[in-house]
Write a protein that binds this ligand. Structure first.
Ligand code: GAR
Length: 208
């Protein structure tokens, strides 16, 4: 059974999707053992507590240097015996120490079809604002491994979502979450826990 540690910053609807999938028995060979937040007021922490999952808070601003923060987060994840780290709306940039300590073991959910609308500055509602500004007809979400380059790691699963007339960033964000993120993130985590993801040349192969 793999230990799943989930990193959050906000509302935690993707964390909730993981918890719900776990309760339905859809996370095979894995268990959410800890939720770590960058924000002590994140509602995601309440969701974890409601489900008797242990919680921790680690704030970037409590460390003078970025390296100290990077070291502290790495040590915290190691102390929790994390087998897989899930970024579920985690809004603090990860450092090279944590990324190399958990190479191809950190899964992020991004609210667009990578390589569109991703990279620095593309997070949360900004992603949907950019998609609507460009006028794309289809957007979606991507579950991928994290590497040193923002939103560039091997793609695990993608799901497309149609843009509709009258969409606002908020309406589109909700549709992308409901139709894509909340489905593909638990699926990607389960595939990882079942050892069904092979990574080669910055790409993945999913075993059936
Ligand atoms: C989600 O839409 C997630 O894809 C996005 O933030 C939201 C968090 O919502 N993440 C990023 O933009 C990362 N680049 P949640 O806290 O309700 O899961």
């Amino acid at each position: 059974m793999k230990n799943i540690v989930v990193l959050v910053s906000g509302g935690g609807t993707n964390l909730q999707a993981l918890i719900d999938a776990q309760n339905r028995g859809e996370i095979k060979n894995g268990k959410i053992t800890c939720v770590i937040s960058s924000n002590p007021n994140a509602y995601a922490l309440t969701r974890a507590q409601n489900n008797k999952i242990s919680t921790e808070v680690i704030r970037r601003k409590d460390f003078a240097e970025f390296d100290e923060y990077d070291n502290a987060l790495t040590e915290l994840l190691k102390s929790k015996n994390a087998d897989v780290v899930v970024l579920a709306g985690f809004m603090t940039i990860l450092g090279s120490k944590v990324i190399s300590a958990f190479e191809n073991k950190i899964i992020n959910i991004h609210p667009s079809l990578i390589p569109s609308f991703c990279g620095e500055g593309y997070y949360g509602l900004h992603v949907h604002e950019a998609a609507l500004k460009k006028g794309v007809k289809v957007t979606g979400a991507t579950a991928h491994f994290v590497n040193e380059v923002c939103d560039d790691g091997p793609i695990i699963i993608q799901k497309a979502v149609e843009i509709q007339n009258g969409d606002t960033p908020e309406i589109l964000q909700k549709r992308v979450m409901e139709q894509a993120e909340w489905k593909i993130l638990p699926k990607a985590v389960s595939l990882f826990c079942e050892d069904k993801i092979i990574v080669k040349d910055n790409k993945t192969e999913i075993l059936d």
